[in-house]
Write a protein that binds this ligand. Structure first.
Ligand SMILES: C[S@@+](CC[C@H](N)C(=O)[O-])C[C@H]1O[C@@H](n2cnc3c(N)ncnc32)[C@H](O)[C@@H]1O
Length: 225
């Protein structure tokens, strides 16, 4: 993608998500409801962690005590999943392109000094201090990113920050029949199974498991080589 087109997509993602956050952040984060209470909203984050993390602790922790682990989340939104991650892991760092979402996530985590939220530029992780992360996670974020170059850049950046052998578990949009448009920041670019394998290999990962190819929730388990 040429650099002016990329800049436009990054600006659009930030502006559209700021606008969604101002309108009704929790609805755009999880469209099951328009009127989430605090308790219900954060309980839905606990459910995500129960379903995607607690069922998968062997791959995620690899024998480490979760309280000794440093984890990274891409696209934290209003802190729904971040708060649940902070109940489990010793240190949590999360990024989001939207300053409005970041403000809500910080408010949701104000009693969790081991959770840190940063606004980033929508494509790299230069705002995240340090490295040697033990695990990285992202859900319902890449399914909204209309640029393959941006997603691939995130995958390379996560590779830079993980320790060797660590897992990046994330979800992409896997339905090739959905037509994407660079100006539409709701529908993300689709990945086929072959795309997922190729991206892992190009970015220094082993694509050990994949689940849900062809559908909206295409989950990938990338282990850093
Ligand atoms: C549907 S919400 C999901 C939030 C969170 N992952 C959750 O499950 O509660 C999508 C989030 O991704 C963020 N996002 C979208 N594009 C992004 C990008 N290029 N870089 C970082 N965050 C992005 C949005 O600002 C929004 O907060």
């Amino acid at each position: 993608m040429d650099s002016s087109k990329l800049e436009r997509t990054l600006d659009k993602m930030r502006q559209d998500w700021d606008e969604r956050a101002r309108e009704n952040a929790r609805f755009y984060v999880n469209t099951e409801r328009t009127d989430w209470t605090d308790d219900e909203f954060f309980a839905s984050g606990e459910r995500t962690v129960s379903e995607e993390i607690l069922t998968d602790m062997i791959n995620i922790c690899q024998g480490k005590d979760p309280k000794q682990m440093k984890v990274l989340e891409i696209g934290c939104g209003a802190g729904r999943v971040t708060r649940a991650l902070s109940g489990l892991f010793g240190e949590v760092h999360a990024v989001d392109v939207s300053g409005e979402m970041v403000a809500q996530a910080r408010a949701a985590l104000k009693d969790r000094p081991h959770a840190h939220v940063y606004q980033n530029n929508g494509m790299d992780l230069s705002v995240v201090p340090g490295g040697n992360f033990d695990f990285a996670f992202s859900t319902i974020v890449f399914q909204h990113i209309p640029s393959r170059a941006v997603i691939e850049n995130y995958v390379r950046e996560v590779n830079r920050l993980l320790r060797p052998g660590a897992l990046f578990k994330f979800q992409v949009q896997g339905d090739p029949t959905l037509q994407t448009d660079a100006d539409d920041t709701w529908l993300g670019v689709p990945f086929s199974d072959e795309d997922a394998v190729r991206m892992a290999e190009q970015c220094g990962f082993e694509p050990r498991h994949r689940h849900g190819a062809g559908g909206q929730y295409f989950w990938l388990w990338y282990f850093k080589q």
